[in-house]
Design a protein around this ligand. Structure first.
Ligand code: FES
Ligand code: FES
Length: 158
């Protein structure tokens, strides 16, 4: 497999990584950068477990060619907490007990953050739409929606 050097901004830090030219972004994040918070569920763009934020948009990293993020900003779940303080989406999921096994949680968090960064005052339907591509087999969705409604109040404070 031919190797290439990939330069991009990962969680606000410039990185330069040797990768297989055909690598998926998910594999580069987990296996090359060593950030294992991003999960692989289906591997075909259907479950949302691998969701990261690419240039402000939530994307399924299992179906993104890593080489395509050259020079771009990628945020993973490891990039959410700042200065030891959880992002409001993380805190709200904890407060609402909106997880069980937690496998899907990073993906939900990234989808919710992408929405709230763009629209801090979403309607309930907009929250549901934002997480429509994320599947959870444990908890159900009600607590997650309520958690992200609470997180929105924190985003509105700025
Ligand atoms: S692992 Fe990427 S969408 Fe399921
Ligand atoms: S908490 Fe287990 S899959 Fe969502």
């Amino acid at each position: 497999m031919k190797k290439i050097t990939l330069n991009f901004i990962l969680n606000e830090e410039p990185v330069s990584l040797e990768i297989d030219e055909n690598a998926r972004l998910l594999d580069v994040i987990r296996d090359v950068a060593g950030l294992t918070g991003t999960k692989e569920g289906c591997g075909v763009g259907e479950c949302g477990a691998c969701t990261v934020i690419l240039e402000g948009e939530a994307v399924d990293s299992c179906i993104v060619l890593a080489a395509s993020v050259e020079g771009k900003h990628v945020t993973t779940v490891e990039g959410l907490a700042k200065n030891g303080k959880l992002d409001p989406v993380q805190q709200a999921v904890l407060d609402h007990h909106a997880l069980q096994c937690g496998f899907c949680t990073p993906g939900f968090l990234m989808s919710a953050k992408a929405l709230l960064d763009k629209k801090p005052n979403p309607t309930r339907d907009e929250i549901k739409m934002a997480i429509a591509g994320n599947l959870c087999r444990c908890t159900g969705y009600q607590q997650l929606v309520e958690a992200f409604e609470d997180a929105a109040k924190e985003y509105q404070k700025g």
